[in-house]
Design a protein around this ligand. Sequence first.
Ligand code: GLA
Length: 404
Amino acid sequence: MIAGLRRLLLLGACAVLAGAVGMSAAAQTQASAKIAATPPMGWNSWNFFAGKVTDKDIRDTADLLVSTGMRDAGYVYVNIDDTWEGGRDAQGRIKTNEKFPDMKALADYVHSKGLKLGIYSSPGAQTCAHFEGTLGHEEQDAQTYAEWGIDYLKYDLCGFRQNMRETAPNDQAAQNKMMRDAYEKMHQAILKAGRPMVYSLCQYGWDSPWRWAPSVGGNLWRTTNDINASFDRMSLIGREQAGLARFAGPGHWNDPDMLEVGNGRLTHDENVLHMTMWAMLAAPLIAGNNLTAMTDDVKSILMNREVIAIDQDTMGKQGDRVYAEGPVEIWAKPLKDGSKAVAVFNFGELVTDLRPVGLHLKELGFSGGAKAHDVWGNKDLGVIKDDFDAPIARHSVLLLILRK
Ligand code: GLA
């Protein structure tokens, strides 16, 4: 009993000490792995609302995440992107602009719905949309976010690129170091502020962030330039993720950018392919559509439980391309229960259905057949062999769970 009490006191003292002098690297890695043990899921304002987003949009979205069932399906972060910022007061404290009258009250509202609130800034003097950035106010901003009750920070390089170019013209290595240092500075500021926040690095894949982002506290890092709601852009980004699987895992994820499901003119098949690709990539699932006008079709795509489960599989293995045959690509993602998610993508412009599929099961780790479940079709297919035949239309995908 006394020994237990002593241990408890010691642990308490260690926790206080860690807070005061900064956590050990191991403790930090552990804490960060916990906060994003599976790829973060939520919603972000940029892809649909861009610069027009308001406090009301965020409250409406929070309400709808609950009433549509999205929150319960896992979409818990409500992230305000660029254009909330309103300059600084005399003490240098960041202010919100007229679109966001009271950030603390907004955070309280979002939290009251069982959701979490995310925010956006830049290490530069200005953000991408030329609003106030964080440069020179890192600790102060992290502190303010913590006071407001922020749970997630997307930190977008943008304005800081100018500082990099001016400080180290024509010296790429020095610029890269400045970039990493800027991300580490904010990482330390967040730790010092003492409120756990998912730390999302947004620097468009510059300098292979998968190689260093975890070391500056990144829970996710963008691997590409911006997505848009076109099949070409979305599918190009998806395909470019081949080879990045080994850099992702619990606590640290490759981020091929936010979802465009339900935006633009993406067709049903294209939305299904998009959602499948991101799930196979163990990508953060940050929806970006207008929830006030979400169709049942889009709802069913964003909320397919089995597809979400593939993305959120607790083993945290990102899927990768196993082989390609022209425009057809076969990707596999190992799952914790020993099965594999296998996606057969038809990226081609063929008007006719693709058949037969012609799976090379051996290359996928199954010899002599595999038990197959069709995820989007929601049916068991029994044992399939290499001659497995199914129509896969242009811009669509067949998603299977295979097991021995
Ligand atoms: C960059 C980012 C986008 C978005 C905008 C906001 O382009 O990559 O995701 O945050 O800035 O200005």
